[in-house]
Design a protein around this ligand. Structure first.
Ligand code: ZN
Length: 94
């Protein structure tokens, strides 16, 4: 069992407005750390956990762009012709 030590800082304000301003400032500071810009489309969004992209589609497109650079080119017509030229073989023994 681990013991967690939490330090609580008590701050008092002279007026209610000062206290409300302090709460708003605290919320603004927290929100500013949670707002990020999507590296794919540039859209601003509120970060949820370790979220990097604004939506799954941006993450998918970024990963695809990164993958397709190293992907060897394919000749689909030649592959199809090669597949068609081989007669289907019977897997059962004669
Ligand atoms: Zn995006």
């Amino acid at each position: 069992m681990t013991t967690r030590v939490v330090t609580v800082e008590y701050v008092t304000y002279d007026t209610k407005d000062e206290a409300v301003d302090a709460v708003w400032q605290s919320l603004r500071d927290q929100a500013a750390g949670m707002v990020r810009q999507c590296p794919h489309c540039g859209q601003w969004f509120r970060q949820n956990g370790k979220q990097v992209y604004c939506q799954p589609e941006c993450a998918r497109l970024t990963h695809w762009d990164r993958f397709k650079v190293h992907r060897p080119p394919r000749d689909h017509k030649a592959e199809y012709a090669a597949r068609k030229s081989v007669p289907p073989s019977c897997p059962l023994p004669a």
